[in-house]
Design a protein around this ligand. Structure first.
Ligand SMILES: *Cc1c(COP(=O)(O)O)cnc(C)c1O
Ligand SMILES: *[C@@H]1O[C@H](CO)[C@@H](O)[C@H](O)[C@H]1NC(C)=O
Ligand SMILES: *[C@@H]1O[C@H](CO)[C@@H](O)[C@H](O)[C@H]1NC(C)=O
Length: 417
């Protein structure tokens, strides 16, 4: 088995689970990953995959030439000994942008959230209040519990990614009940909110949650995987958006397009504890400056591209919702994430649609039985948007003959980015 350039390993796993294929099936050349190669070699060149428009996530970007050049020339040293100048420069820059005292480079957003929660929940029996549709609660393997022994207290996420302030307040445990209750230590917010379609939390809302936290002696952590998107979309500086937070986790490998990494920020004492936990989790990386160099370029070059991505997302959403058989809540597309529903009774099944799109090199992320997620990023051009629209259009107006058999038994939601 080998992978062609269009599909990486995570996609392989996603396809594997979505479609209920066994390893045996995927290794046969008539199915799945290899079928794309078959199409390329057997279809007339006018219909074969001419380009790839990868809309699965904003994590799929490839490092730019500038990033590669920065990596090649990065000055590095042993970061576990606290001496890598390139890592330090990146951490300081993110701390400055977010208005916090210090920063720490971590391998992923998941690690950033885990470390942050664990630092704040430093006594056994701690509880964290978080959204029932939040990334931490759904997509991070329950690590705060399995690794940290922290108890999650999910509160309903509204469609816009907020939790009602009243509901948060009610969820805070009364210390007088400590004989039986876990101890509330932390509230987590997510901005922009991924599962709500990239909706943004306002500074005012965040401040109100911050006040509630303070009043009750709790900390506030923001999962700011896409905080730059929220900042650009709202026209509010990142620093202002996270003013009320004690810690923030910022992904550099999402919309910003860095190949690897996140930075967590907070007070100096928070970062000292976080550094120790990072080592515990195996996240102490030695000459880490190589990847920080690329992330630094991402920070410098790509923030300004976000606005264009958001506009393209809006344009794509507007185009898609005009296609008979598809439905998009265009008003809910505030940043670069689009959720598209295939309406009931549509003449194309979701499976056929995805397959048809994939034949044309358009990759999307299935989210349940009749819903897909599309995410724009800086390597998607206007022409890609138009091409994608035309592919959707043709999928609904005339399906091409399928090659080989293709059976799908289940469609489960296993996307994580
Ligand atoms: C992607 C994402 C994360 C996790 O980041 P990884 O680098 O994939 O571990 C956390 N929170 C949100 C909201 C995300 O979108
Ligand atoms: C392949 O496509 C070209 C146009 O690009 C066309 O001229 C040719 O007839 C096609 N061949 C077949 C076998 O369909
Ligand atoms: C966030 O901004 C980046 C940078 O332009 C963009 O590529 C990405 O699509 C945006 N993502 C969201 C969810 O808004």
């Amino acid at each position: 088995m080998f992978f062609n350039g269009f599909l990486d390993f995570s996609n392989f796993l996603s396809l594997f689970f979505f479609n209920g294929w066994s390893f045996l099936e995927t290794s046969s050349t008539c199915h799945g990953i290899n079928s794309q190669i078959i199409w390329i070699s057997t279809l007339n060149s006018s219909t074969m995959v001419a380009r790839t428009v990868d809309l699965r996530s904003d994590t799929v970007t490839k490092p730019t030439e500038t990033m590669r050049a920065a990596m090649a020339t990065a000055e590095v040293d042993d970061d576990v000994l606290g001496a890598d100048p390139t890592a330090f420069r990146l951490e300081s820059e993110v701390a400055k942008i977010t208005g916090k005292e210090a920063g720490l480079f971590v391998s992923s957003g998941t690690m950033g959230n885990l470390i942050s929660v664990l630092v704040h929940c430093d006594i056994r029996g701690s509880e964290v209040i978080l959204g029932d549709n939040s990334h931490i609660h759904i997509y991070e393997n329950g690590g705060i519990s399995t690794i940290g022994g922290v108890h999650p207290r999910p509160v309903k996420n509204n469609e816009d990614g907020t939790m009602d302030i009243d509901s948060i307040e009610v969820a805070i445990r009364d210390p007088r009940g400590e004989l039986v209750f876990p101890t509330t230590k932390l509230i987590c917010l997510e901005n922009s909110h991924a599962n709500s379609g990239g909706r943004c939390l306002s500074a005012e809302y965040t401040d109100r949650v911050g006040e509630l936290a303070k009043k009750n002696g709790l900390k506030l952590h923001i999962d700011g995987a896409r905080i730059f998107n929220a900042s650009v979309a709202l026209g509010v500086p990142v620093q202002r958006l996270v003013q009320a937070a004690d810690s923030v986790s910022v992904c550099l490998s999402k919309g910003l397009g860095a190949p690897v990494g996140s930075v967590i920020v907070g007070s100096k004492s928070f970062i000292t504890k976080a550094r120790r936990l990072r080592k515990t989790l195996g996240g102490g990386m030695r000459q880490v400056g190589f990847i920080c160099a690329a992330a630094f370029v991402a920070l410098k070059e790509n923030v300004e591209k976000l606005d264009g991505d958001h506009k393209k997302a809006k344009e794509l959403a507007e185009g898609l919702t005009q296609i008979k058989g598809l439905k998009v809540d265009v008003a809910a597309v505030e940043t670069n994430i689009i959720y598209v529903d295939i309406v009931e009774g549509s003449k194309i099944t979701a499976e056929k649609l995805y397959k048809n799109l994939e034949e044309h090199g358009v990759l999307v992320m299935p989210k349940g039985l009749s819903r897909m997620r599309i995410v724009l990023h800086h390597q998607i051009s206007s022409s890609d948007v138009h091409y994608t629209l035309s592919c959707f259009q043709q999928a609904f107006t005339g399906m091409r003959q399928e090659i080989g058999s293709y059976s799908i038994s289940t469609s489960r939601d296993v996307s994580y980015a």
